[in-house]
Design a binder for this molecule. Structure first.
Ligand code: ADP
Length: 443
């Protein structure tokens, strides 16, 4: 079925090609005949027969042009359009060759006769290449346009006639082969074009359904994360309230574990919600004025306490050229910062963590979070900002995590029009940085 469709489509396209090739060529025939009539002295009544024939050639050309114009838009009637082009072309060729050989036969023999003969071979060659989209037509044209001349050549019965017949015969064979080759080549090209178009259609459909599936998945994830977060907040709230009630040591410990697990789960759900929002293009970035130093203090305080309890040094430096008030999204700046800082803390057992906020090129605000932790292998650095990418499965088992934090950070920084990067060496620590445009901020 598919094959039948492809072969019908092939035939139809070849017809369109044929139509575009033969559209205007027919009008050259009456001009050529007029040139013959002017050079060969056609005697008496033959002259009128010749011109009447030429008028028919003109009418045939008009008919073929009309049919050729319909070829491009032919749908179910394409076969009848092809028949019209075939019949009109053969009629034209037959008339053309008959009238020219007629003129040669009835007119006096001259040098111009030779010229006409060899001009006719060129005409044949041209016809074979023009009709290449339709091999049957090319073959029929070849025969129809040759036979009257061959007859004429043979009736002349002199050396010129014999040698012309020989040249005509050889040319006929050669042109027949070249028409066949041109037709095969053209068919291959059109077939490849049809296949490529159908592959492009398949790919487009596959892409559309993949996008649709991805949208549905993202939407589902967003809905689920949202639905999970609401009861989870309730559980965490209740455990916090229970902590304030009289409890024995064991109960306190159990409530502590519950609260910790709840908070862990909440972080995970929040990450998933953020990621699905970003992927669905639904996360909007605010542009409000905020106090950067205040934001840094607030973000650092709980992490600094954690660092101290781990016995790590904590160092925060905000350069004086950094404006006090900035324009941007404080919630998202804080989210990226706390993700980088908590990673630094998580992956560092000795030494410390330092945060440096300054200006890069006077235009960009640059945040640098440096640690003296385990570092990241060179090979893993490339994809570290991809979703679910974790540098090392064993460290993941040891330190936990989902591999979403850096992916979210990168997307947030990019949504804020900035860029993010990292330098790291195993055993020597890591330097994560991001830059944000400061346009609109003021000191
Ligand atoms: P998570 O920490 O939840 O696994 P992230 O996307 O924040 O996810 O980090 C991805 C991975 O990058 C981590 O699992 C860790 O292997 C590596 N990584 C991130 N920050 C650091 C760091 N400061 N030092 C060493 N490795 C890091």
């Amino acid at each position: 079925m598919v094959k039948a469709f492809a072969s019908e489509e092939l035939e139809r396209r070849l017809l369109v090609e044929l139509g575009s090739r033969v559209r205007l060529g027919g009008f050259v025939y009456p001009l050529l005949l007029a040139a013959v009539a002017l050079q060969v002295e056609i005697p008496g009544t033959y002259f009128w027969i010749f011109w009447l024939g030429t008028l028919f050639v003109l009418l045939g050309s008009i008919w073929r042009t009309v049919a050729a114009n319909r070829a491009a838009n032919a749908s179910s009637n394409w076969r009848s359009v092809r028949e019209e082009i075939r019949v009109s072309s053969l009629l034209l060729s037959a008339l053309m060759s008959f009238l020219t050989s007629f003129a040669l036969a009835v007119g006096p023999h001259s040098d111009f006769s030779h010229l006409i003969l060899f001009g006719l071979i060129s005409w044949n060659a041209l016809g074979c290449s023009v009709f290449a989209p339709d091999l049957s037509l090319a073959k029929a044209f070849n025969l129809v346009s040759m036979i009257p001349f061959l007859i004429w050549c043979l009736t002349v019965q002199d050396s010129f006639g014999w040698s012309s017949a020989l040249i005509f015969g050889i040319s006929w064979l050669f042109l027949w082969i070249s028409a066949k080759l041109a037709n095969t080549h053209l068919k291959k090209m059109v077939m490849t074009q049809i296949q490529l178009e159908s592959q492009a259609d398949d790919l487009r459909n596959a892409r559309d359904s993949a996008e649709e599936a991805s949208r549905a998945r993202t939407q589902f994830l967003a809905n689920m994360s949202h639905e999970i977060r609401t009861p989870l907040n309730g559980i965490i709230g209740v455990t916090d309230l229970m902590r304030g009630t009289p409890l024995d040591d064991e109960q306190r410990e159990l409530i502590g574990i519950m609260s910790q697990s709840g908070n862990h789960l909440l972080t995970l759900v929040n990450d998933l919600l953020d990621l699905s929002k970003i992927n669905a293009g639904k996360l909007t970035i605010e542009n409000v004025e905020f106090d950067l130093r205040h934001l840094l203090d607030e973000t650092c305080r709980p992490l600094q306490l954690q660092a101290e309890s781990k016995g790590l040094e904590w160092h925060l430096q905000v350069r004086k050229e950094v404006p006090q008030l900035c324009l941007g999204d404080p919630v998202r700046v804080r989210q990226v910062l706390s993700n980088l800082m908590s990673n630094a803390l998580k992956f560092t057992d000795h030494g410390g963590v330092s945060i440096d906020v300054g200006m890069a090129d006077g235009q960009q605000m640059r945040f640098v979070v440096e640690d003296t932790g385990i570092g990241i292998e060179e090979a893993k650095l490339q994809g570290i900002f991809e979703e679910f990418e974790q540098a090392d499965r064993t460290t993941t088992r040891r330190f936990g995590g989902t591999g979403l934090g850096l992916a979210i950070s990168k997307k947030l920084v990019e949504l804020m029009g900035g860029r993010i990067g990292v330098q790291s060496a195993v055993g020597q620590g890591s330097v994560f940085w991001f830059e944000l445009a400061t346009s609109g901020s003021r000191s």
